[in-house]
Design a protein around this ligand. Structure first.
Ligand code: AMP
Length: 413
């Protein structure tokens, strides 16, 4: 199958060619046809599968053929980074067309707000928005959504995790009843099913199994006491002078700061990114990393979902992620498309059971390595769940969902 088979407009095919896409990915093969026919759709697919192009191309195709200069498409996403990224995809695909888009998200300056307001008043073909910021504009009363024909909810599970359920429901009340609805979600918990039922009409269902890191990723775990982690990371980075891009994930902002400080002290070219930074600072840090001016980036999970940085050679998980699915998202930053990559996870004695849950989820054993003896001793492999976790699980999670067993209880549950 090729992109020519969809009957897309020449200008889009030209852009696709220009971007170097040769064949449609599985989700594109399955979704583009039904979306072009106007069907509602629910897609179980993660970032990295090519889902953005899967929903943008059919919509852009319609816009190229009948361009009205009104807000006809609303894309709702969980984070500003994803909003910017999707907006950039639109710019790329629509390069040879008159189609325009604007990202609406918080954290900008006054000018940003005014620009957003202007675009919302006069109408822009495609709006890519985070729920909170969009609600702020909606509350002011000037937003015109009466011509919206396409609603896309991207990373729906993430949005519900972030507590946007009510905002999304409220935004939908501003839209015309007759419209096409597309929903994408990496996971399909019952709440997502419920939201889908509320919003979608007779949807086509597509599931792209990608709950596993790409084939090209070499996965390994070092068994290391907490006190030895910083030393190990310094060694791992120093041992690989030829590697251009290294991304380190940590669960907390505090650790991001500590890791950056230690790596800097050892002379590594490193920056940190977390929600503590202002929006423009986050963008600048990301840009320097993307353009390879920064070799090592240390990040909290803000970056692990949705963000498309190409050609990361090594992903290091400084600690086991708190949710097995987050491991897949983190590791998904390396070996995208056909490339190869390395994912290394540092596991202390308390987190061994988390590694075991990850192995269950990805149905794959991860190579476990002791740390080099001159750095220190390694704890023995013993993936016993801590007592409080066992008690919690037996009381509150009898279903024992595979791979998600150590998911933290959410507020209000
Ligand atoms: P997404 O899952 O939409 O975030 O896309 C992941 C990455 O794959 C992005 O960098 C896209 O530009 C790229 N991509 C999407 N579709 C294709 C394709 N058919 N061929 C090659 N790369 C693609």
């Amino acid at each position: 199958m090729t992109f020519n088979d969809f009957g897309l407009n020449e200008t889009l095919l030209e852009a696709i060619n220009y971007l170097g896409f040769e064949t449609p990915t599985p989700i594109q093969q399955k979704a583009i046809g039904p979306i072009m026919k106007g069907r509602d759709l629910i897609g179980s697919a993660q970032t990295g599968t090519g889902k953005t192009a899967a929903f943008l191309l059919p919509i852009l195709n319609e816009l190229v053929e009948e361009h009205e200069h009104v807000t006809g498409t609303l894309i709702i996403v969980p984070t500003r980074e994803l909003a910017i990224q999707i907006d950039q995809h639109v710019q790329g695909f629509a390069y040879f067309t008159p189609v325009e888009s604007i990202p609406i998200y918080g954290g900008g300056d006054g000018l940003g707000w005014e620009q957003q307001k202007k675009a919302l008043i006069s109408g822009t073909d495609i709006i890519v928005a985070t729920p909170g910021k969009l609600i702020s504009h909606l509350n002011m009363g000037y937003v015109k959504f009466d011509k919206v024909r396409h609603l896309i909810l991207d990373e729906a599970d993430r949005m519900l995790d972030m507590g946007f359920f009510e905002d999304i429901t409220k935004i939908i009340t501003y839209l015309p009843k007759e419209r096409q609805n597309l929903m994408f979600s990496a996971t399909m918990p019952p709440k997502i099913r419920q939201l889908a039922k509320q919003i979608l009409k007779d949807p086509v269902e597509i599931s792209i199994a990608m709950s596993k890191p790409a084939e090209g990723v070499l996965q390994a775990a070092y068994l290391v006491y907490e006190a030895g982690k910083v030393k190990l990371i310094n060694r791992l980075i120093a041992d690989k002078p030829d590697v251009q891009s290294i991304l380190i994930f940590s669960s907390t902002k505090k650790k991001v700061f500590e890791i950056v400080r230690s790596l800097k002290r050892h002379g590594h070219q490193v920056e940190g990114i977390s929600s503590d930074l202002e929006q423009h600072e986050r963008e600048e840090v990301l840009l320097r990393f993307k353009s390879k001016r920064t070799r090592v980036l240390v990040a909290t999970d803000v970056l692990s979902r949705g963000i498309d940085i190409k050609e990361i050679n090594i992903v290091i998980n400084y600690d086991a992620p708190n949710d097995a699915e987050d491991y897949v998202h983190r590791v998904g930053r390396t070996a995208r498309a056909d490339a190869t990559g390395i994912a290394i996870t540092l596991i202390n004695e308390e987190d061994m059971y988390k590694l075991q849950s990850i192995e269950e989820l990805i149905e794959q054993e991860i190579l476990k390595l002791p740390i080099p003896p001159d750095i220190g001793d390694s704890p023995k492999w013993n993936p016993r769940r801590p007592t409080f976790e066992r008690n919690f699980r037996s009381r509150s999670n009898k279903s024992g969902k595979k791979g998600g067993g150590f998911r933290k209880p959410r507020k209000g549950k």
